[in-house]
Design a protein around this ligand. Sequence first.
Ligand code: ZN
Length: 199
Amino acid sequence: MTERDHGPDVKIETRTNDDYRALADAIEAYRETDDLPPQDDLWRVLGNLLAADLRDRFQNRAGVDRPADTACIRRLVTGEDECTCSNTRSWVDRELEQIGARDEPPHQPPHSDHATLWLDGDGEPAVYSMHVYPGNVLNYTPSKTADPDQQQRNGWFDIINWAEHWGLEVDVAPVSWYNPFRTVNVLFYPPERHRQTDE
Ligand SMILES: [Zn+2]
C-alpha cells in the first residue's frame, strides 16, 4: 500500500504473504484508476466479490437455514404458518407500513427493503432481515397517504418503536450481504431467540 494516512493507531497490515501483497497491490491500482464511473467504485467491486461469502457467514452466525418463499414479518409476530399477503396489500397499506401504522399485525416493518424471512432447521420463522440504505431511513418524508402533513422524520425511531410495539427485538449487522458497504442489515427476531440460556 502507499503512504495513505490511515489516522492514528490504525495498523492495517498484520500478517502478510505474497497473495496478500498481490491483492493489496491490485486494490491500490484499482483505487488509483481515475476514469471509473461513480457507481463502479472500489466498494461496489469488493462488495460484489464478497457478497456470497458474507451471506454464508450471516446464515452461520444467525443460525438460520433457508429463506421462506415470502418475506412476511407477520409470521414472526403471530406465529402463523404462512401468509399470502405478497400480492394482496394495497399501495395505501404499504405506505402506512412505511411509517409503522399499527392497526393490525403488519406484514412489513417500516423501511423494509430487500427483505428475507429466514427459517430455522425446523422450517419455523426465526429472523427477518432487510437491507436498508441508512441515508434513506435517516431523513424520510412520508407520502401524503401516510401523513397528510408530510412531516420529515427519522425512520430509525419508526423501526425501533414498531419493533417494541410488536414484541420483536432489533439488531443491526454493520456488514450487509446485499450491496455490501452501502446498506446495513437490520434484523428482527422474537426476544426468546437469544435468551434461551437465561431461563
Ligand atoms: Zn404477510
